[in-house]
Design a binder for this molecule. Structure first.
Ligand SMILES: [Fe+2]
Length: 989
């Protein structure tokens, strides 16, 4: 990068910046630029980081326009600018002459706001127009800045006033009234119809409610200042917005309207706007802008006034701690969160915005009862309350929604059109892809699972029915990543070892003692001793003694014994469900890969004094080869259950929902922590409602597809009771808890991994550290000291409610982290953001790409492994492959499972990925925060590059090599679809 060449910015594309190719600007941060461009279009404030002689220069804030010239030495920039000057014969000289001539009631138009100040109509003798002040504002905010006007009137200087000035605004010469133009944007949606409201209630209200508001949207500004006479906030006059029938939505789905607010000249700064919808139907209010920097980012459905009589209030888009809230909107701020809490009574309707808690008492129905989750018997986090009627048979059980009824979520939690359509299309494709397997089994009887290949694109196989090529593909699944031509139908040992470090990486632990022992109560579940003996593994640990292998951190364990054993009696009594409680020992080889060296299969005996445990070891002959394959299939089935039920559903979806409910109930939308978390809460409550409706409910997809069947959710309750702790959910803490890392201050992330090539951990630490850095900067910006944290009543209420109402069954646990200082807050927020973004991405978006090929990762098993005395043993010996296939799910079970996880693994086109934020305008007056977000965005881009580099490094055998899949789950960005990569900001699926 030596030299002094300059380069032209030749194009700024929608997806990044295109620099002249001769300029070797590295890391031009397309992500950051894309983000900025989305928000501010050309001329954005963006951050460029330039590598110079291999060293990264400091960050620079620059304005980029197409055509700008960037000096290669990165110290000087030439930026094009447009300066407009208005001709005037009187220019500044008459400002002196105007003193004392302010009488009268004429109004005057602001005709131009130039780059070097404000030019007012010459007949208005506004004195001291504060060219300096205006210039300052204009430099910062361009047109429409909040500026201070001081007006001399009859020789006397008036009081200072804050007003919003737009080109075209009319200023009354008598200085008592100002007219402010505003832009209101309304978003198109196909769901904004009466069906979502309660039509019956709507009609009743039409009869009984006095309709003060009809056929219009009524808007009123609320000042940040109090009227000293009334001791209430100053208000603008009410203005009416007439929405056109067809809205004339633009290509961006937005309809724009201009309105004019009339305020007294001493109105002060707008702090909120009230909105009353006098129309029949709800509409989605996107934003209201008065000038460029008085912005209300509403993004909310506004219900008809006759349905919801309360005025809606939207606050100016700026973060305020409770103690710093402008006096004019302080009371409103408090009232808004009270409204969102509701009174805990009655049935919620679709138009409601109430966030409240309830137990999981709606999973069963009359035919298939399920225990209520939550309470001393089955501890559980809480979920969003719907208030549906209780059943007639059990007064503690909520009735199921009808087939056509959506489970209530607060109105603004509903999906937008893009995501809704994507899900509907996914469901349609799932139905189509299941037609052929279903027909095949119907017509031809039971088919072997290996025939699933016929229904996967690129398998080289034709469907059993003779259809043309294009039609064939229409009915076929996209190939999962684990299914690439020529792969075996059987899970290889090295692939099992790689998967527990990469795509299914949350269960592995370092083995600290051999043999492992159970933590279950021996009086209930029999001996805690393992059947694993030295002779099972000694031949597979490269000549080491067991003690040596333990000391050198070479032995690892994937242990599902305690999770499954208490439920096995009941599971194995179900039709076509058979499971063991598996324990797998793995050895870390010299090449850094893991290989399974022993599998213990445990069954309960019904007698606490005995247990039934067998051990399988790597095969030595044909018989043991098939037994070993069956053993691995049972391990994978155990693993699929724990991955889905414990790590994915419980730890992320279920445990995070009450945190989001508490945030809406206790943190104002103005609160800086609410603003930080807001993109990380998107769609989660809705996703969980859908999950309760069709996935985790009685006989829902989770029960149907996984071995534990009707006991799935009870098993998550048991794990929640005995194992889940919030203080162990942070990424480094989780790794340390599992013995896979040790604290080490000399390492970049403060810990040292004991398996260096642990793709999930190595990449995850990059993202974790970036999140933590961003959060720490953010928290420290708003909270100077412990007192600021502990005295923030909204913050403390949020956290206390998350614990007490969100996790009531653990509310007295001693392990809850304190929230007493900025570092505590940083830690809690980092954990939350990590869990709902990167951690969830690993658990969710690999389901189909890496777990979608059922022959090598069956989610359920139908048979145990035959022992010599079993009648089935001779069948096994006669045709072991046939027996193996009969133990796996059927063809139709497999295709149904694939169809469901294919939908769940897909990103919708409106996904917002980590590092992308479209709400930076909240911090226009906080450049340090904008800078931190931009830096974070840059780091996500850099991490993407680093992950790709690692995936091409042949030394990293768990992610690079022949037939080795690259690890992509933590690559931040993705295209739509089941791509097996991409880290959304929130739990969106
Ligand atoms: Fe998920």
């Amino acid at each position: 990068m030596a030299g002094t060449k300059t380069v032209m910015v030749t194009n700024i594309a929608a997806n990044g910046i295109m620099l002249h190719s001769k300029l070797n600007l590295k890391h031009c941060q397309g992500g950051s630029l894309r983000h900025s461009i989305q928000e501010h279009r050309f001329g954005s404030i963006v951050k460029l980081r330039v590598r110079k002689k291999g060293k990264q220069s400091s960050a620079t804030m620059v304005a980029i326009n197409e055509g700008d010239v960037i000096s290669e030495n990165s110290t000087t920039l030439k930026l094009s600018a447009l300066v407009t000057v208005r001709k005037s014969n009187t220019n500044n000289k008459d400002s002196e002459e105007g003193e004392g001539k302010m009488a009268g009631t004429k109004t005057v138009m602001v005709t131009n706001i130039a780059a070097n100040g404000i030019m007012l109509h010459s007949k208005l003798n506004l004195k001291h127009c504060q060219v300096g002040s205006l210039r300052h504002s204009i430099q910062e905010h361009r047109f429409g800045s909040i500026v201070k006007l001081r007006v001399r009137k009859k020789g006397k200087q008036s009081s200072a006033r804050m007003v919003a000035i737009n080109e075209g605004d009319v200023i009354s010469e008598n200085s008592t009234t100002l007219k402010l133009s505003a832009l209101v944007t309304v978003r198109k949606s196909n769901t904004n119809n009466k069906v979502l409201g309660s039509e019956m209630v709507n009609n009743l209200l039409t009869i009984f409610w006095p309709q003060n508001y009809t056929k219009g949207v009524f808007l009123q500004l609320v000042s940040t200042e109090l009227d000293p006479g009334r001791m209430e906030a100053k208000l603008s006059k009410e203005t009416v917005l007439k929405l056109s029938e067809d809205h004339k939505f633009g290509g961006d789905g937005i309809s724009r309207y201009k309105v004019e607010f009339s305020v007294d000249s001493d109105f002060g700064t707008p702090g909120a706007v009230s909105v009353v919808n006098g129309y029949e139907n709800e509409f989605f209010l996107e934003s209201i802008s008065i000038a460029q920097n008085v912005h209300f980012a509403c993004k909310s459905w506004v219900q008809p006034n006759k349905l919801c009589p309360d005025k809606r209030f939207f606050f100016v888009n700026k973060a305020y701690l409770p103690s710093e809230t402008p006096i004019g909107v302080k009371e409103l701020r408090e009232k808004e969160t009270v409204k969102l809490r509701g009174d805990g009574k009655g049935r919620r309707v679709a138009s409601d915005r109430i966030y409240d808690y309830d137990l999981y008492n709606d999973l069963g129905d009359g035919k298939s009862e399920r225990p209520t989750l939550g309470g001393p018997l089955n501890p559980y986090p809480t979920r969003c309350r719907t208030g549906r009627p209780l059943t007639t048979t059990d007064s503690k059980v909520e009735s199921r929604p009808s087939a056509s009824e959506l489970i209530y979520v607060p109105r603004d939690e509903e999906l937008n059109d893009i995501k809704r359509v994507a899900i509907e299309e996914g469901k349609m494709m799932a139905i189509l892809r299941n037609i052929m397997p279903a027909l095949t089994e119907k017509i031809m009887g039971n088919q072997t699972l290996f025939n699933i290949d016929y229904f996967i694109k690129e398998s080289g196989q034709s469907l059993l029915f003779n259809l043309g090529g294009a039609a064939q593909d229409f009915f076929k699944f996209d190939p999962p990543k684990v299914f690439s031509g020529g792969r075996s139908h059987f899970l290889q040992d090295d692939e099992l070892g790689r998967q527990v470090l990469a795509e299914f990486p949350l269960s592995i632990q370092r083995l600290e003692d051999f043999p492992p022992v159970s933590k279950l109560d021996p009086s209930k579940y029999g001996s805690v001793e393992s059947a694993l003996k030295e002779e099972h593994i000694i031949g597979h640990i490269e000549g080491m003694s067991i003690q040596q292998a333990l000391e050198e951190n070479k032995l690892f364990i994937v242990d599902y014994h305690d999770f499954y054993l208490p439920f096995l009696d009941r599971i194995n009594a179900l039709e076509e469900r058979k499971a063991y409680a598996t324990t797998t020992i793995l050895f870390l080889t010299k090449t850094g890969t893991l290989k399974p060296i022993a599998i213990q299969l445990a069954l309960p005996t019904g007698n606490p004094n005995t247990s039934s445990k067998q051990v399988l070891t790597p095969p030595t002959d044909a018989t043991s080869k098939w037994l070993w394959q069956l053993g691995k299939a049972h391990v994978c089935s155990n693993d699929a259950g724990v991955h889905t039920l414990l790590h994915h559903w419980l730890r992320i979806h279920a445990c995070m929902e009450p945190l989001i409910i508490a945030a809406h109930r206790q943190l104002s939308v103005m609160h800086p922590i609410f603003k930080l978390l807001n993109p990380h809460m998107r769609y989660t409550i809705k996703t969980n409602a859908t999950t309760r409706q069709t996935l985790i409910n009685a006989e829902g997809t989770i029960e149907t597809d996984h071995t534990p069947g009707r006991y799935c959710m009870q098993m998550t309750s048991a794990a929640y009771k005995d194992w889940w702790r919030f203080d162990m959910q942070g990424f480094p803490d989780d790794l340390i808890r599992r013995g896979l890392a040790v604290p080490d201050a000399t390492q970049p992330h403060g810990i040292r991994l004991l398996i260096e090539d642990y793709p999930y951990a190595a990449d995850g630490l990059l993202i974790w550290s970036s999140i933590k850095k961003l959060v720490r900067t953010y928290v420290n910006h708003y909270y100077e000291n412990s007192n600021a944290v502990s005295s923030d009543n909204e913050l403390q209420s949020w956290y206390a409610e998350f614990i007490n109402l969100g996790h009531p069954d653990h509310r007295n646990a001693s392990w809850w982290p304190k929230l007493a200082n900025p570092e505590d807050l940083t830690s809690v927020l980092t954990t939350v953001i990590w869990l709902v973004s990167a951690q969830h991405a690993v658990l969710n978006f690999g389901q189909y790409p890496y777990g979608g090929y059922v022959p090598i990762r069956p989610p359920s098993m139908r048979k145990l492994i035959p022992e010599e005395e079993d009648p089935e043993y001779s069948d096994f010996v006669t045709d072991p492959q046939r027996y193996f296939l009969s133990a796996l799910p059927s063809l139709f079970q497999a295709s149904r499972f694939m169809a469901v996880i294919n939908i769940g693994s897909a990103h919708s086109p409106d996904e917002e990925y980590i590092g992308d934020r479209n709400d930076l305008s909240s911090w226009l007056e906080e450049p340090e925060i904008i800078d931190a977000f931009n830096q974070f965005s840059i780091e996500m881009k850099s991490i993407e590059i680093e992950i790709k580099r690692r995936n091409a490094d042949p030394k990293l055998r768990n992610r690079c090599g022949v037939d080795v899949l690259p690890f992509e789950l933590l690559i931040p960005s993705s295209e739509p679809g089941a791509t097996g990569r991409g880290v959304p900001n929130s739990v969106t699926a």
